[in-house]
Design a protein around this ligand. Sequence first.
Ligand code: COA
Length: 156
Amino acid sequence: MSARPVGARLRTVRRADHAATARLAGAGASEARRALLAMERSRGLLLERRRADGRAELLAALVWWSEGASLRIVALDTRPQWRRRGLARRLVAALATRARRLGRPRLTLEVRADNAAALSCYAALGFSVVARLPAHYAAEGGGDGFALALAVARAR
Ligand SMILES: CC(C)(COP(=O)(O)OP(=O)(O)OC[C@H]1O[C@@H](n2cnc3c(N)ncnc32)[C@H](O)[C@@H]1OP(=O)(O)O)[C@@H](O)C(=O)NCCC(=O)NCCS
């Protein structure tokens, strides 16, 4: 396993980041998913680090929407070589803080039932399965999905 400390800076996604954020989803991501990432109503948080040449390198990104009483995670991606260093954990924690500030009681998301890494990650972060979604990803060549949720304690 790779060393943990990364020294990444957290910031809000700006319009200029949309293409890079969508690319982060990788070659395996469906067109539908890329389109979601680029949509105007998406908001996002990203983690980047300053490289030796002074340029910023995008390491991980979380894209979310406001949906009723929830903040919905539309995409969460960590660049492959930076995985298992707590970056997704940090992004989800930042979104939970935002949800608390906004008075939203939960984070929600949908994930493919065959995405073992993501399911392990969300379970580790405290999400619970609230529904199985039969054939939810069939149009993308996948199968069932799961709807997950995380209750966010209210700020006091
Ligand atoms: C899922 C994903 C976002 C996790 O990102 P990450 O930055 O590696 O996650 P973290 O390092 O913050 O992991 C937090 C915890 O989740 C669990 N976890 C993360 N990846 C895991 C894996 N591959 N297998 C088992 N557990 C995993 C671990 O408990 C981990 O804590 P630990 O490293 O202290 O054991 C990343 O694997 C990814 O980008 N996958 C491809 C895109 C994707 O499937 N996104 C989710 C779809 S909505």
